[in-house]
Write a protein that binds this ligand. Structure first.
Ligand SMILES: [Cu+2]
Length: 456
């Protein structure tokens, strides 16, 4: 994996190229920054204005700004984009400044921001600033707060940041279509007091769901519940970047949900506490330990933990269909079925035919099945010990000794110290307990099993 600093340099090329054309057209607007690389790009600490520790937005970036008098100015451009969701899978979405989800806006409590929003979509749009306290006319509900922004036009939003926290932005015009097409972003307001809730690593991602048929590129925007691409920042496993952490770091993970269903985000190896919602910081006396945090629809949860346990720790949505990629959600269940006669018949026509699914679905992750162009397998990804059989909303928190502050380079797979890894048993087995009841009939294993089934 390429180091993030190299990526920043590569990304800067893209920023400059687009700025050259933009400045002639928008003489009075802030430089138009565009990044179309999906690698995580952490901005440096701010060179002017109040200091803050920038968030690490997985597979994303933060929007550059300029200071104009006492106002921080940003330029968001709503436009069609192409997003590589994972290697081999491109989605044609709508987003901001070259990406879906859009760049993160970062500023500091007490600052005044001016956000130019240019609409390059074929229809009108608006931007709602989810969770921010601001004047009614700046709230971005098309037709209610102000007229929607017509195609080709630029509107200006300007307001004071009265509180710190994690907020979001998204259209409030043709909202169902525009959010189903990927239009959303994070808005981080850092505390004015740098000693308030400081952390060493501050990760952020947005949950976004799409319905993209295998072999196609554009989401079906009328879908209400049956989505098939479950993404973090419009990326899917195995191409969501890991969360790289030095042992001993204090870590925050901010997760916003702009899908149509809740997502219980589960992180292995730790317990942790929710410290912030999109409503604000949670008082210490109101926190309790968790290992899974349900992120409701249209809400944000940030949790924190001390990274004291070294290792590779899975972080994923606990709805198991959300750690799958497209395809196969309506496959019939064949577990326990005897396909041997059917297999013999099919092999007369197709000699290489392999029956699948009779012992579960793990065989689908191990074999490379033929799939249409522009999709990736339902279950995929390889770890140091074999196939992970995951997809969608899954990544790995990598806690290691000796990682330098700000270094986000993927350290590779964790080597379990000798004697701390589950091992294969080859000796005799003690009797094992089994409950027999008239309601439960134990099915004998189809192929005799691999030891351990001696008693009953
Ligand atoms: Cu989920």
């Amino acid at each position: 994996m390429i180091n993030r600093r190299q990526m920043l340099t590569a990304g800067a090329g893209a920023v400059l190229a687009s700025a050259a054309t933009a400045q002639t057209r928008f003489r009075d607007l802030p430089e138009l920054a565009v990044v179309n690389d999906a690698a995580t790009q952490v901005p440096p600490r701010p060179g002017q204005g109040p200091d803050y520790n920038p968030v690490v937005r997985l597979n994303g970036w933060s929007l550059p700004w300029r200071v104009n008098g006492n106002v921080k100015e940003f330029h968001l451009v709503a436009e069609p984009v192409e997003r590589v969701m994972a290697s081999g899978m491109i989605a044609r979405l709508w987003g901001y400044n070259g990406q879906s989800t859009g760049p993160t806006i970062e500023a500091v409590e007490g600052e005044r921001v001016r956000i130019y929003v240019t609409n390059r979509l074929p229809e009108h749009t608006s931007v709602h600033w989810h969770g921010l306290i601001l004047p009614s006319g700046m709230d971005g509900v098309g037709g209610l707060s102000h007229p929607a922004i017509p195609p080709g036009k630029t509107f200006v939003y300007e307001f004071d940041l009265t509180k710190s926290g994690t907020f979001m932005y998204h259209p409030h015009a043709d909202e169902m279509v525009q959010m189903a097409m990927g239009m959303m972003g994070l808005f981080i307001v850092h505390p004015r007091d740098p000693d308030f809730m400081p952390v060493d690593r501050d990760f952020a991602f947005l949950l976004a769901a799409y319905d993209i048929d295998p072999g196609t590129y554009i989401p079906r925007v009328a879908e209400m519940t049956n989505f098939n691409m479950w993404t973090w920042n419009s990326r899917i496993f195995p191409d969501i970047d890991p969360l790289v952490v030095a042992r001993g770091d204090q870590v925050r993970v901010r997760c916003g949900n702009l899908t149509m269903t809740n997502h219980p985000i589960h992180m292995h190896g730790y317990d942790f506490e929710v410290t912030c919602t999109d409503g604000g910081w949670v008082p210490e006396t109101a926190r309790w330990p968790e290992v899974s945090i349900d992120i409701p629809v249209g809400a944000m949860r940030a949790y924190e933990f001390d990274a004291v346990h070294e290792g590779d720790w899975a972080i994923h949505c606990h709805r198991s269909h959300h750690t799958m990629n497209a395809m196969g959600h309506d496959l019939p269940t064949f577990i326990g079925a005897d396909k041997s006669r059917l297999t013999r018949m099919i092999r007369r026509q197709t000699p290489g035919y392999m029956p699948m699914g009779t012992a579960g679905r793990a065989d689908m992750a191990e074999m490379s099945m033929e799939i249409p162009d522009n999709t990736i397998p339902m279950m995929t990804g390889w770890g140091p010990h074999g196939p992970l059989e995951m997809g969608g909303m899954f990544s790995v928190v990598k806690v290691r000794d000796g990682i330098a502050p700000g270094d986000d380079t993927d350290p590779g797979w964790y080597q379990n110290p000798p004697g701390t890894e589950a091992w294969k048993w080859t000796g005799g087995l003690p009797d094992h307990a089994r409950q027999s009841s008239p309601e439960t009939i134990v099915t004998p294993p189809a192929h005799g099993g691999d030891g351990g089934h001696g008693n009953g």
